[in-house]
Ligand binder design. Structure first.
Ligand code: KG4
Ligand code: ZN
Length: 345
């Protein structure tokens, strides 16, 4: 370790955000930068994998320059590089992993490959430094919908996941069906403010199942069918968009809350955190906060910038893995479906 505090460079390129961050010690974000590709993917209504990897490649070195310029730090102050090595889009992951390997070799410092979902769990630890395991983490993003029991750093039990679409994907597909653009979550949330959430009785997937599992494909189909029926009935230019958005948001939120309640019941763990892009959703944040109050849960909700993809959470997970003795070498290869769940917790 170099003189002074331990500094980790976090590198995140698993989906459509190129992000870099400098972390001091375990939990202090010194500086972070992000280059969003939303404008590039928006015309296509979703992330186009090949375009994403090209954009990461274009953005990476200018962003690294911006990180050093903005933070006033220099490469010789960095002790470790932590890079997302999966899960995610292969072409996107390759750009970050390749760049991180090159930098680690050029700078003569260690490298550790980080699981993106472990990063999302660490986003909560960064946002709430007093948070201690065990806790339940509801991870809800464009690619994932999972409830994980974090028993300790590096010890994660997967309680359940979605059988089909992720919650964020459901928002994105709903927005596409309504002609609202990409990403769907923020625009649906905004329009839902002016709507009546009880207008449409959209289905709540696997509502009565006794397992911690989700399904959003039926909801997506119900929304599409509703839109088609309304159009057939001549409501064309005049769809009740705010009512549809509010009702859709209610169904997603209720599905997530039901299974979170079930996870608390099954594990007895009442400390609950959330992460991933959908965790930025106000209706979900409010539902979790009020359930926490009424059911006596200890709820931790990260600020919105820690919900969506960022590199500080990758640096924090990487620092923890490094301190647990994990190392990667130059043979590190991304794994688009990397799982970290430990059956025995
Ligand atoms: O975690 P994230 O930034 O990227 C990954 O998918 O890994 O999550 C993006 C997803 C998108 O599907 C987006 O529609 C959703 O999160 N999202 C939201 C909100 N903000 C982003 N969903 C609901 N409400 C929001 N406010
Ligand atoms: Zn993510």
């Amino acid at each position: 370790m170099k003189a002074g505090k331990f500094i980790t460079l976090g590198v995140e390129t698993s989906c459509d955000d190129t992000a870099l961050a400098l972390l001091e010690g375990a939990k202090t974000t010194l500086y972070d930068v992000i280059s969003s590709q939303i404008a590039d993917h928006s015309p296509f209504g979703g992330v186009v994998p090949e375009l994403a990897s090209r954009k990461h490649q274009e953005a990476f070195l200018p962003l690294l320059g911006a990180l050093f310029k903005g933070s006033g730090m220099t490469p010789d102050e960095i002790d470790l590089i932590a890079v997302t090595a999966g899960p995610g889009l292969m072409g996107s992951l390759l750009v970050g992993v390749m760049a991180a390997k090159a930098l680690a070799q050029a700078w003569g410092i260690p490298l550790v490959g980080v699981n993106h979902l472990e990063g999302h769990i660490f986003a909560n630890i960064l946002a709430h430094p007093r948070l201690e395991p065990p806790f339940l983490c509801l991870i809800v993003s464009g690619g994932h919908t999972e409830i994980v029991l974090a028993r300790g750093e590096g010890k994660y039990l997967l309680l359940g996941a979605t059988r089909d679409d992720a919650a964020g994907e459901a928002y994105d597909k709903a927005a596409k069906a309504l002609g609202l653009g990409y990403p769907g979550g923020p625009v649906i949330e905004r329009l839902a403010h002016g709507g009546d959430a009880m207008s449409f009785d959209f289905p709540i997937g696997l509502k009565d199942s006794k397992e911690v599992e989700f399904s959003f494909s039926g909801l997506k189909t119900a929304l599409r069918t509703t839109v088609l029926n309304l159009k057939e009935r001549g409501a064309c230019g005049d769809l009740p968009i705010p009512d549809i958005c509010a009702s859709f948001q209610r169904a997603v939120t209720e599905a997530l809350m039901r299974k979170t309640r079930l996870a608390v019941k099954k594990t007895g763990v009442k400390r609950v955190v959330i992460s991933g892009g959908v965790a930025a959703n106000g209706a979900l944040r409010d539902a979790l906060t009020s359930e926490g109050k009424s059911a006596g849960w200890d709820v931790f909700i990260p600020s919105r910038e820690y919900c969506t993809d960022n590199a500080a959470m990758i640096a924090a997970a990487g620092y923890s893995a490094f301190m647990r003795g994990e190392r990667s070498d130059l043979s590190l290869t991304p794994d688009p479906s990397w799982e970290i769940w430990d059956e025995s917790g």
